[in-house]
Design a protein around this ligand. Structure first.
Ligand code: ATP
Ligand code: MG
Length: 304
């Protein structure tokens, strides 16, 4: 994280475009925001566009604005995100999902800083710093013709790489502490803390959902522990996070108290999920009798 902070400081001072690359939940938006706030544009707007959320046509008018009557539904004239961000920073989130036609238009705008509203004739000069983010491998997309190489080079002048949490496990205790402190303040839980075993499990888990998943797991655990000392059994690390409960280096299980019950609980939860919460099917998957499974569900308080 310290390395990322240093990079943020360095790129913030520049005016060039920044590309933030990282898996889902690694903090790309947080970083984009931090770059803007540490830049000379901090008193100007920070405007976000999510390229994945809208169809190509809507995204175009969202970004560049439109004139009245330019398409059905365009009853008023509207300034686009580029204009709104003038003087400040425009954050293009999920850039890897942007339609190829729109990529061409974006490239042209980035080259000149000039935009035209959809259905408009006027050229509007803007001064916008671009930060884009992606969880996709843009180079792979370029190779199959889904992302324009020239746009990639335009956007990727400065790069911030956010490694997945499992590749920077030293950050986990710090992040956990930060999240718990915030939860404690928010809910008025002065005794909220992490037991030794629980901390060990957090550090050993794989976190496919990265920091966001860590936050969610801790928020749930804090509630289950009633705002006290979080135990291993309070942690419901996602079933997707294979390897949880194992030491990543040796691959061996962490023999923390309650590990057997905890493992059983997770296996059953996973089977239920896989079976779409159909208990008969889940019992079949586990080669358990239905009655046996029902008892376990009761015992572990599992529910959808
Ligand atoms: N270093 C950090 N310190 C504190 N909180 C963090 C840190 N990194 C990420 N977070 C938190 O994790 C959550 C996910 O971060 P963010 O939304 O920026 O990720 P993202 O990479 O944009 O995810 P996605 O690809 O899913 O959009 C946010 O709640 C954010 O505040
Ligand atoms: Mg994001």
């Amino acid at each position: 994280m310290l390395q990322v902070f240093k990079t943020i400081g360095r790129v913030a001072a520049a005016q060039e475009p920044v590309l933030v690359i990282g898996e889902s939940g690694t903090g790309k938006e947080l970083v984009a925001n931090a770059i803007h706030r540490s830049s000379s544009r901090s008193d100007k707007p920070f405007v976000k566009v999510n390229s994945a959320a809208l169809s190509s046509t809507l995204l175009e008018s969202e970004m560049f604005g439109h004139e009245r009557g330019s398409f059905t539904g365009a009853i008023t004239q509207r300034a686009g995100r580029f204009e709104q961000a003038n003087g400040g920073t425009l954050f293009l989130d999920e850039i890897g999902d942007m339609d190829i036609d729109l990529q061409v238009k974006l490239l042209r705008v980035l080259q000149t800083g000039q935009i035209e509203r959809v259905g408009g004739e006027r050229t509007i000069q803007t001064d916008v710093r671009i930060i884009s983010a992606t969880n996709r491998d843009l180079e792979a997309k370029i190779a199959v013709g889904r992302f324009r190489e020239d746009l990639f080079y335009r956007l990727n002048v400065l790069t911030v790489n956010l490694p997945p949490l499992r590749e920077r496990r030293d950050d986990i205790p710090l992040l956990a502490e930060h999240v718990l402190r915030r939860l404690a303040r928010k809910y008025g839980w002065p005794q909220l803390a992490l037991s030794h075993d629980a901390a060990a499990l957090l550090s050993a888990s794989n976190w496919p959902g990265n920091v966001r998943e860590l936050q969610n797991v801790l928020a749930r655990a804090a509630i289950l522990s009633r705002g006290r000392n979080i135990q291993l059994s309070d942690l419901q690390v996602g079933t997707a996070s294979a390897g949880a409960g194992r030491d990543p280096r040796s691959g061996r299980f962490i023999l923390a108290p309650g590990i057997l019950a905890e493992t059983e609980r997770r296996v059953i939860a996973q089977a239920l999920e896989q079976a779409g919460w159909n208990r008969t099917r889940a019992a079949h998957l586990l080669e358990l009798g239905r009655r046996q499974l029902f008892d376990k569900i009761q015992q572990y308080g599992l529910h959808q």
